[in-house]
Write a protein that binds this ligand. Structure first.
Ligand SMILES: *[C@@H]1O[C@H](CO)[C@@H](O)[C@H](O)[C@H]1NC(C)=O
Ligand SMILES: *[C@@H]1O[C@H](CO)[C@@H](O)[C@H](O)[C@H]1NC(C)=O
Ligand SMILES: *[C@@H]1O[C@H](CO)[C@@H](O)[C@H](O)[C@H]1NC(C)=O
Ligand SMILES: *[C@@H]1O[C@H](CO)[C@@H](O)[C@H](O)[C@H]1NC(C)=O
Length: 188
């Protein structure tokens, strides 16, 4: 005579397996279609002791072994920069700005170039009025880096999304230009 408990044990095992596979497969990314896409460039000219009139960014904090006119060695680690950079629609520094990128970045990796960014885009043009706010890690050695668009105001009321950064050009430590591909996934 068969053990009457066997079918129940088998059924229980089946349920357990199906439950665990359901759990591991229950997370499916929702369809990701941006509701708005924008591309901007911004231009950062760092103060180096000689370019006060041209500079749009300044080192405001440096580690004990550095100073405020040159990036610290190694990897700029410990430097904190505040900036007020022009935003343009193309990659030309001299194109009419459509807004300002204002905020800060600090280098927080000691064994590779990496920074953390927190800044806003301020728009006050015929095209856009309002702000977009950004935050996130910027591992500079990656060709593209994704940071968060954590909110917005005005034309960008309650906006959220992802901004893909790409270093479009740089000249030593003094100038860099970032291309910012913004994809908003929440629009109001
Ligand atoms: C800052 O540090 C750099 C690099 O070490 C050095 O060349 C420069 O003279 C320093 N500037 C000042 C003002 O101390
Ligand atoms: C935006 O531009 C308008 C028109 O030029 C000006 O009156 C206003 O003060 C500006 N606002 C800000 C926040 O810069
Ligand atoms: C940077 O690149 C590395 C190697 O390609 C990758 O593993 C990592 O996820 C990237 N990080 C970001 C934030 O994109
Ligand atoms: C300002 O800085 C940019 C970027 O380094 C450079 O191309 C430009 O010639 C500078 N302008 C002046 C007046 O120094």
């Amino acid at each position: 005579m068969a053990n009457p408990r066997t079918p129940w044990a088998a059924l229980f095992l089946c349920l357990l397996i199906s439950a665990s596979t359901t759990i591991s497969h229950s997370w499916k990314p929702r369809p990701r279609t941006p509701c708005r896409e924008l591309v901007f460039y911004f231009h950062d000219i760092l103060y180096n002791g000689q370019n006060y009139n041209n500079a749009t960014a300044a080192i405001i904090g440096s580690p004990q072994w550095g100073n405020k006119t040159a990036m610290a060695v190694p990897f700029n680690f410990g430097d904190m920069v505040v900036f007020d950079d022009p935003i343009t629609l193309d990659n030309n520094l001299h194109s009419p700005p459509v807004g300002r990128a204002q905020g800060m970045y600090f280098y927080d990796q000691k064994s590779i170039y990496g920074a953390w960014l927190g800044f806003s885009f301020l728009f006050n043009s015929t095209e856009h009025v309002g702000t977009l706010n950004f935050a996130g890690a910027d591992p500079l050695m990656n060709k593209t880096r994704d940071i968060s668009v954590i909110g917005g105001t005005g034309d960008f009321f309650m906006a959220r999304g992802i901004a893909t950064l790409q270093t479009d050009a740089f000249e030593g430590d003094v100038y860099f230009r970032l291309r910012v591909d913004i994809k908003l996934y929440e629009c109001w």
